[in-house]
Design a protein around this ligand. Structure first.
Ligand code: ATP
Length: 314
């Protein structure tokens, strides 16, 4: 039986701006996404029966059709029925290391890995943009997760413009295990509170999205200037999540108060919060300081770093 083991990295948002509504009900976004080396491991193998089987070591992650990896495999079976018939079904085993419902694109990166894995398993020879197009039909963050790295994402997050990669920026990541923020709630609340300021005109939306290319954040990334990147971190969703979730606000303030932290921000719709440090040693030190300040075992802390790649074969 053929099998592949894939590494599926999480992402953080260095920048997230909500600029308007879309006719399809999503928001028009301007984001800068960044892969990090905190990753799930996914084993995918062909099986003789024409079925899709999912196994996972994490109690919060479903193994039925609601798992994004199931839907990714189902999509491939539908798109490539001859290959499905020729190679048989797929058995997928997920080993989760990325915190669930954290704003780190855990489910999306798993689905991206399954698209890449099945492409290999069935010898389909799909291009990166074909894989991204398939991914976009399942979820907005999936196209980014395929190649990963450092990328400007616009539209609903599926239109990608790669930036030079940022290797080795050290990150401390914090997430309360039992705390989940619904992405749908965060965007809906943002619309209710700030929707009156959205750009309406299509030309204005296009101009705003294009302006990111000459923004201070993109300049900082092109200069590989970690201090300037840290100063330009931005996430509009903090405006609704921080007031509603005091634990996230507390983490954010605690990170900001550490001497060795040069920038801190919530990732995506939260509740994970990350902090940028100048070295791995400083990141380890900050992790210890946060652990001392919040001895609660429910708080998970990681030291991780930015990486230049998305899905890869182990
Ligand atoms: P995003 O940053 O894209 O909004 P997230 O990191 O906030 O995603 P996920 O970890 O993808 O959120 O999980 C969101 C929900 O999706 C969870 O409550 C979980 O039950 C469900 N889910 C479905 N498939 C997966 C998967 N493969 N891994 C994790 N969660 C999954």
């Amino acid at each position: 039986m053929r099998s592949y083991t894939l590494i599926a990295p999480a992402k953080i948002n260095l920048y997230l701006e909500i600029i308007g509504d879309r006719p399809d009900g999503y928001h028009e976004l301007v984001m800068i996404m960044q892969s990090i080396d905190l990753a799930d491991k996914i084993e995918i193998k062909s099986i003789s029966s024409e079925t899709i089987q999912v196994h996972c070591n994490h109690p919060q992650v479903p193994t039925d059709k609601s798992n994004l990896v199931y839907r990714a495999a189902e999509l491939m079976a539908k798109k490539f029925p001859e290959a499905f018939a020729k190679y048989g079904g797929v058995d997928i085993t997920l080993q989760k290391y990325i915190p669930v419902a954290a704003g780190l694109a855990g489910g999306s990166t798993n689905a991206a890995a399954v698209l890449v894995g099945i492409d290999l398993l069935w010898n389909l020879g799909l291009t990166q943009s074909e894989l991204e197009e398939l991914g976009a039909t399942l979820g907005s963050d999936i196209p980014f997760c395929i190649a990963g790295g450092t990328v400007i994402a616009t539209g609903r997050g599926e239109q990608l413009a790669p930036l030079p990669s940022l290797d080795h920026i050290y990150i401390v990541l914090a997430k309360y295990r039992s705390l989940e923020v619904s992405t749908a709630w965060a965007y809906k609340t943002y619309r209710q509170e700030y929707g009156s300021g959205y750009l309406k005109d299509t030309n204005d939306l296009a101009a705003r999205a294009a302006a990111v290319h000459s923004s201070a954040m993109v300049k900082a990334i092109l200069d590989k200037d970690t201090a300037a990147i840290s100063q330009q971190l931005h996430n509009d969703l903090e405006r609704v999540v921080l007031p509603a979730y005091p634990q996230v606000l507390q983490l954010r303030e605690l990170f900001a108060a550490q001497t060795d932290v040069i920038g801190t921000m919530m990732s995506g719709s939260g509740p994970s919060v990350f902090a940028i440090c100048a070295s791995q040693a400083q990141a380890e030190q900050v992790k210890l300081q946060i652990r001392e300040a919040i001895p609660d075992e429910d708080l998970e802390l990681f030291v991780t770093r930015t990486i230049a790649q998305g899905i890869r074969v182990a």
